[in-house]
Write a protein of this length. Structure first.
Length: 116
């Protein structure tokens, strides 16, 4: 049992190491933090924001304050949207793959064996 678990874990680690997904996730998280930091930078100094023009209006429309609460709430909003998009992509991928492979009927029609 443990040997099978270790083999499966090793395979998954190898797939993660060779995949671009961890790098893309790191870039997305870093980008979200940079955008949130930019918003806080704009909101912290209204004179500087006036010189930046359109960005000031977008930052003011966000309704945030230039403090830790504002930063964390903005990051929570970004995370909520990203989670919704990721969840939609994963569900579409799983069921789309089943439909393309022609195995959707097996997910819905096979009975489960009864255990005594």
């Amino acid at each position: 049992m443990i040997r099978g678990y270790r083999a499966a874990l090793a395979v998954e680690a190898l797939k993660a190491r060779r995949s671009n997904v961890p790098l893309m996730i790191c870039v997305a998280v870093t980008g979200a933090g940079c955008i949130a930091g930019l918003f806080m930078f704009i909101l912290s100094d209204p004179a500087r924001a006036q010189r930046l023009g359109l960005l000031r209006q977008k930052a003011n429309l966000s309704g945030l304050a230039a403090d830790w609460t504002g930063l964390l709430s903005f990051l929570a909003q970004i995370l909520a949207i990203a989670d919704l998009m990721l969840f939609s992509f994963i569900i579409t991928w799983i069921f789309g793959r089943e439909a393309v492979d022609g195995t959707m009927r097996y997910l819905l029609a096979l009975p489960c064996p009864a255990r005594p």
